[in-house]
Each structure stands twice: as structure tokens, then as C-alpha cells.
Design a protein around this ligand. Structure first.
Ligand code: ATP
Ligand code: MG
Length: 330
């Protein structure tokens, strides 16, 4: 009997995003694809400027003003988020079906308001009934306990500066859980924290995801974090998704020349690209075909001519590279 594999909870297919700028169109994402499977933590890894935040913004429907999807789909169940009206995205998706944990806990909270005021505001109560407010307060306090914030009972009365960076990130994680979302998007939520605190937050996220059956998309520039936290990973380069698969497989047998060079030159902090000659291209003038081709030691004419075809040399481990397409065809 054939076992049916589960469908992804979030399925991004061939998504291209452009943003109008004073210097012309910036082609930030180019046919990016990614499947988030139920109950899994999926890392999105890539160096600064490769389009990780833009990918999350596209999912949440908060692209920059002159930004738009020029091709592709973002499927949440049977719904294509690219086609949803802004009001539906706000009332049903953002902060509802999909929770969001921002990058910088120091900037995400307003210093002049009490934490309780800010967290309750994100819950956007229908009406202002006092019972509803009380229920929300109880819910937030229970979530603050779930994220192991010390003295959770009194936290709502305090101001952001009365919390450490790690505690603030716990507050934001609690806020992202308030609507009981099935999916959490996290944009480098630990980069602003010291290493010890980072480790505690990663452990907390892993525990919460398992307890609550969450599916999580976790953006980072750090392969070390991916190895600690994630089940599966997508590697991005200059707006293209070049490789994806189970973390253990990608680390052990990287398929794309970019992933191979990253892991060979700096396994701990691979996305810093130390040692790879050349620079990441601007999205205003990306090279045609595979965007890594100007820096790739194995590049050939075909790499500049065609968008990289997707092949799956081993089950669940996919790559977009002409070299692998040739091997598959041979
Ligand atoms: N509003 C905008 N207008 C023009 N270009 C933009 C805009 N926002 C982002 N970009 C460009 O798009 C590319 C991807 O940016 P993005 O913020 O998605 O990268 P990132 O992978 O999240 O980087 P980081 O790791 O530094 O957060 C960059 O080249 C950036 O300069
Ligand atoms: Mg970013």
C-alpha cells in the first residue's frame, strides 16, 4: 500500500517579487519555492540581502509600497495568499492563522507604553467588552508562563525597559501565540541576543512547537542555528531558493555549488560567505539564469541561459542547478 505523504501547510511555488525603486525594478525574489510540512521547523538560511525577510513579508501580505508578486503562488491550504484582498489577509491570516516573531526585540516594543497595553492591542478584541478584555488578559498571562517569563502575573504592568533582551523576545513569542496560530514565521528572532540567551530561546521555541503542534518557518543567516533547531532547510542565494531538504542530508551532502562552498569555508557561520570570491549581485541587475553563476567554479554557458531547473537527486532533497539536471538526464 502506498502511504500518502502529508500536504504542506504552506506551499510557496515559483514566487517572484519585484519592488519599484528610483533606480528601476528590484527583482528581489526569483521563482522561490518552499514547502512547510505540518509540525516541522523549516529553516530559511542565506546571507544578508538574499530575500529572507521579503519572503516572510510576501507571506504576511506586507510587501513594501511599490512591491508586488510578479509570478507564483503562496498556498495556505486551498487559498492562494497572493490573490487575497488586503482586508482578508489582515482579518484572517496575519496574526490569526499565521503568527509572526520579529527580529529585534528592542525595536518591536514601544518604550512609552506598558507591555500589557501593547500585547493586548495585538490581540485586537472584537468590541471592548470587559469580560473579553479579562479573558484576553488571562490568556496572555498563561502564555507568558508558557514562555517561562519570570513573574508573569505582574509583567503586563511593566514597561519594556524593565525587561532584558531575552525576556523581551519571550514577550514577543507569547504575543505571536495569542491567536493560537498553526504556523509561526520567525525572522532571525535570536540574532540580537547573546549566545546563552539565544540557546535558551531556541530550546523554548522547539518545546513550544512540539507541544502545540506548530509548523514554523525560521529565518536565519546561521547554519549553526539551523543545525540546532530545524528539521528541514531551504538555502537561498540572491532571491533564488537553490537547495532544500532534511537538515542532516543538506549538511552531510550539500548538492548546490553555493551550499557546498558555504559549508566548506565556514561551517559554523556559513552564510558569511568568507572565502567565496566576488560579491552578491544587486537585485536591480541580477545575472540571468542561475544568480550564482558569476561566482560558481562549475558554471557553464547554459547556467547563464536558463532558469535553474529543479531536480530531486534523493527523496525530499532538491536542488536547482544545471549540473544536477544534466546528471538526472544522463
Ligand atoms: N523596500 C525595498 N526597496 C528596494 N529594495 C529592497 C526593499 N526591501 C528590500 N530590498 C532589497 O531586497 C533584497 C532582499 O532584502 P531582504 O531584507 O529581504 O533580505 P534579507 O535576506 O532579509 O537580509 P538580512 O539578513 O540583512 O535581514 C536586498 O537587496 C534589499 O536591498
Ligand atoms: Mg531580513
Amino acid at each position: 500500500m502506498m502511504l500518502k505523504t502529508a500536504d504542506p501547510v504552506l506551499d510557496i511555488r515559483d514566487l517572484s517579487v519585484s519592488v519599484g525603486t528610483d533606480e528601476g525594478e528590484a527583482h528581489i525574489l526569483d521563482h522561490a519555492s518552499l514547502a512547510l510540512m505540518p509540525g516541522s521547523i523549516h529553516g530559511v538560511v542565506g546571507e544578508s540581502g538574499c530575500g529572507k525577510s521579503t519572503l516572510l513579508r510576501a507571506i504576511l501580505g506586507i510587501l513594501p509600497k511599490r512591491g508586488r508578486a510578479t509570478s507564483g503562488k503562496i498556498l495556505l491550504g486551498s487559498r492562494n495568499l497572493v490573490d487575497l484582498p488586503a482586508e482578508t489577509l489582515q482579518s484572517e491570516v496575519r496574526g490569526r492563522a499565521i503568527g509572526f516573531i520579529p527580529q529585534d526585540p528592542f525595536q518591536a516594543l514601544n518604550p512609552v507604553f506598558r507591555v500589557g497595553t501593547q500585547l493586548l492591542e495585538t490581540m485586537r478584541a472584537p468590541g471592548d467588552k470587559s469580560q473579553a478584555r479579562k479573558d484576553q488578559k488571562d490568556l496572555i498571562v498563561s502564555l507568558l508562563k508558557a514562555v517561562q517569563l519570570p513573574d508573569a502575573e505582574h509583567a503586563l504592568e511593566r514597561y519594556p525597559h524593565q525587561f532584558s533582551g531575552g525576556q523581551r523576545q519571550r514577550l514577543l513569542i507569547a504575543a505571536s501565540l495569542a491567536s493560537s496560530p498553526g504556523i509561526i514565521l520567525a525572522d532571525e528572532p535570536t540574532t540580537a541576543l547573546d549566545v546563552t540567551t539565544q540557546l535558551q530561546i531556541l530550546k523554548l521555541l522547539r518545546g513550544l512547537a512540539a507541544e502545540r503542534g506548530l509548523s514554523m518557518l525560521f529565518v536565519t543567516h546561521d547554519f549553526g542555528v539551523v543545525a540546532q533547531l530545524c528539521d528541514t532547510v531551504t538555502v537561498m542565494y540572491a532571491g533564488q531558493t537553490v537547495e532544500s531538504g532534511p537538515v542532516a542530508r543538506v549538511l552531510k551532502t550539500p548538492l548546490h555549488p553555493y551550499t557546498q562552498m558555504l559549508l566548506a569555508c565556514h561551517p559554523e557561520r556559513a552564510a558569511e560567505l568568507a572565502g567565496i570570491p566576488g560579491a552578491v549581485p544587486s537585485p536591480l541587475r541580477p545575472p540571468p539564469g542561475c544568480r550564482f553563476n558569476p561566482r560558481c567554479p562549475s558554471a557553464r554557458a547554459q547556467c547563464r541561459a536558463v532558469p535553474p531547473p529543479r531536480t530531486e537527486p534523493e527523496a525530499g532533497h532538491a536542488v536547482r542547478c544545471v549540473l544536477h539536471a544534466e546528471k538526472a538526464a544522463a
